[in-house]
Design a protein around this ligand. Structure first.
Ligand code: UD1
Ligand code: UDP
Length: 374
């Protein structure tokens, strides 16, 4: 079959990769589509882990990561690097994901070169520019210059409509992370760390948000340490983000306790199975707020806002902010009050049927394949 559309898929961080790799796999099933994959390399080890898990070899890698990169450094390196790739490939569309600086800068490079942008996971909002920072800006900005919107939920679509976007360009697809979860979770999975936690209440911790680095993170980690000290049946596994600023604070509170294991970031297959087996999760992550409801695992979200209210409405997520006392109290409640725990631990998946990637590809086919036939 003659190739009718060239799609350039761009991503650069772990969470984007986890949600874009299933889409790349789906795109590559269609021989009428030429799929080109470009990594910005905003992340390095954490991105490469995901690429190996999904067995995807990128066509380009800008490899921009620096040890203490600022937002301006990421933006300028991606903008410049992407322009070269875009001008060389001249794709029909550039697909970006979510709310990272990679997505913003890669989308902007496409826009400046008059190439249409498709936004996967469009329409999430807190409407508070500093929370999460800079992600709220990134996702709103990407939605300003996008031409096709792939919204995970009706709620996300409603935001786009309220902002005046064309209803014919918005498609509710579900979230591609559910497509990923379907391939990773296995109830027979085992691992040495899980064996270590056997017989205890296993709490999984993750934290990395830029706006939490500093005092909020000190409070978060101090609360976690107290929870472990005061509940002898609790063990914590914390696959720690590669950011040295996060590692420095975490080691202050968590390195000298034999019921806390700080480990390197897990491959996504392992991480999904760890959360499938845990008692509860404490996190400031975005993506985990979408995965845990599907697995029925209570999550205390250590943030003041969330752009993912669906899990809160479903009852699996609770926003607890970043104060030490509140985190400690809420976690103790879930550890000590079976009724409170039961109330939050019912599986509920507001993020679609696991066929989001097929839906996105069908939209692209309908959008591009009919050109020239009129
Ligand atoms: C980025 C995204 C954030 C997303 C998060 C997912 C922006 C502004 N932030 O934040 O939205 O939630 O990724 O994890 O786009 N590092 C490594 N190796 C890695 C990855 C990171 O060493 O594989 C270290 C580097 O020192 C780097 C630092 O972590 O400078 C911070 O990485 P960066 O991408 O700037 O910020 P994140 O907090 O990861
Ligand atoms: N994750 C992972 N290994 C880990 C911790 C998290 O693969 O050790 C996955 C997790 O399943 C989720 C994603 O990483 O899909 C979330 O990434 P992160 O918290 O870094 O970013 P955010 O979602 O907050 O943008």
């Amino acid at each position: 079959m003659v190739i009718k559309v060239k799609v350039l898929v761009v991503f650069g961080t772990r969470p984007e990769a986890i949600k874009m790799c299933p889409l790349v796999i789906e795109l590559k099933k269609h021989e009428e589509i030429k799929t080109v994959v470009c990594l910005t390399g905003q992340h390095r080890e954490m991105l490469n882990q995901v690429m190996s898990t999904f067995h995807i070899t990128p066509d380009y890698n800008l490899d921009i990561m620096k040890k203490q990169q600022t937002l301006s450094m990421i933006t300028s390196a991606v903008l410049q690097g992407m322009e070269e790739v875009i001008l060389k490939e001249m794709p029909d569309i550039v697909l970006v994901h979510g709310d990272t600086t990679t997505s913003f800068a890669a989308g902007l490079a496409a826009f400046y070169n008059r190439i249409p942008v498709g936004h996967v996971e469009a329409g999430l909002r807190t409407y508070k520019m500093d929370s999460p920072f800079p992600e709220e800006f990134n996702r709103q900005a990407v939605d300003v210059f996008s031409e096709l919107y792939f919204a995970p939920t009706e709620n996300a679509k409603a935001h786009l409509l309220a902002e005046g976007k064309n209803a014919e360009k918005i498609f509710v697809t579900g979230n591609t992370v559910i497509d990923a979860l379907k391939t990773t979770v296995d109830n027979t999975y085992d691992n040495e760390n899980l064996a270590w936690a056997n017989g205890s209440k296993l709490v999984i911790v993750t934290a990395h948000r830029r706006e939490n680095i500093g005092l909020p993170m000190e409070e978060m980690f101090s609360a976690i340490r107290k929870i472990v000290d005061d509940n002898k049946d609790v063990k914590v596994i914390y696959p720690i983000h590669k950011n040295p600023a996060v590692r420095e604070i975490a080691s202050k509170y968590m390195s000298d306790c034999d019921r806390i294991r700080m480990i390197e970031p897990l491959d996504v297959l392992d991480f999904h199975n760890f959360i499938n087996r845990c008692y509860m999760i404490l996190t400031d992550s975005g993506g985990i707020q979408e995965e845990a409801p599907a697995l029925g695992k209570p999550v205390l979200v250590m943030r003041d806002t969330t752009e993912r209210p669906e899990g809160v409405e479903a009852g699996t997520l609770k926003l607890v902010g970043t104060s030490e006392k509140r985190i400690y109290d809420e976690a103790n409640k879930l550890l000590r009050e079976p009724e409170a725990y039961m109330k939050m631990s019912h599986a509920n998946n507001p993020y679609g049927d696991g066929h989001a990637c097929e839906k996105i590809v069908n939209v692209l086919i309908n959008h591009f394949m009919t050109r020239g036939e009129n």
